[in-house]
Design a protein around this ligand. Structure first.
Ligand SMILES: [Zn+2]
Ligand SMILES: [Zn+2]
Length: 260
């Protein structure tokens, strides 16, 4: 009899996953869930973690957007998708960048509670938003999912990397491998919240390094982070991945700061 190494002795290969899924299905039936948005209790929706009302009301990013960096144009809702000035003039190291919702309201609160309050139980609800946006906005299957890494000092302070938690769960949901070892943050940077775009760009320059060039060579990579603020971190990661030989880099975040 084959033994599933992760399932424990005596359980045939594949059975541990089936037992777990069966257990989750039974729990779904027995325990009504509370919505990650309004925290109301209901029995089931297709998405499972947000009630239908909250899902409908979330500030989804929608067209018109820049087809490259995903910047939305909320002030000209009738315009078609078109390149933003920055992508048209200087280009970007990623092939595309997309975000699920605007960085505001309940999703912003859930990200803050996850990052700064250690509320890890919000991860599945945030991944549900990434999953939906991956299917509607990203260009098909990828070879690997890579999180934006934290510097080891920040990782020790916080105890976890929220982007790695999001990427790992998204990878399991989509069925693509997650790679936590290919990209490394080699330079300590001060928090960027008070910096403008130019200062952020300088601040993160040369912060990332690809560790496993053989692994990324020619590959299509989905780069995952929690928030797209000015895009400088995602650009710097993408630059490192492309310099390391990556074929395509598509960035995906849960939220995006939108200037109005
Ligand atoms: Zn709700
Ligand atoms: Zn753009």
């Amino acid at each position: 009899m084959r033994i599933d190494r992760q399932g424990g002795a005596g359980i045939p290969a594949g059975w541990s996953g089936r037992i777990r899924r069966f257990g989750e299905a039974v729990l779904d039936l027995l325990l009504p869930r509370s919505c990650a948005g309004c925290q109301g209790v209901w029995l089931s929706t297709a998405e499972g973690l947000w009630c239908e009302n909250c899902l409908r009301e979330l500030p989804w990013i929608s067209s018109p957007i820049c087809p490259t960096c995903g910047t939305p144009y909320p002030s000209s809702p009738a315009a078609p998708d078109h390149l933003c000035g920055e992508c048209a003039l200087s280009g970007t190291p990623f092939d595309t960048a997309r975000s699920a919702v605007e960085h505001e309201g309940v999703v912003r609160d859930r990200i803050h509670q996850l990052k700064f309050g250690g509320r890890l139980h919000w991860v599945p609800a945030l991944v549900a938003l990434l999953d939906r946006t991956f299917h509607s906005e990203c260009p098909g299957p990828v070879d690997m999912i890579v999180p934006v890494p934290l510097h080891v000092r920040r990782l020790k302070e916080r105890g976890f990397n929220q982007s790695a938690l999001l990427a790992g769960r998204l990878a399991r949901r989509l069925g693509f491998p997650a790679r936590f070892d290919v990209l490394e943050r080699v330079r300590w940077t001060d928090p960027q919240t008070r910096l403008n775009r130019e200062e952020r760009r300088e601040n993160v320059k040369g912060s990332f390094r690809v560790n496993a060039q053989d692994t990324v060579k020619g590959k299509r990579i989905l780069l995952v982070d929690d928030v797209f603020t000015t895009g400088t971190t995602l650009m710097e990661c993408s630059r490192a991945l492309k310099n390391g030989g990556a074929g395509e880099v598509h960035a995906l975040t849960v939220t995006r700061a939108v200037r109005r």
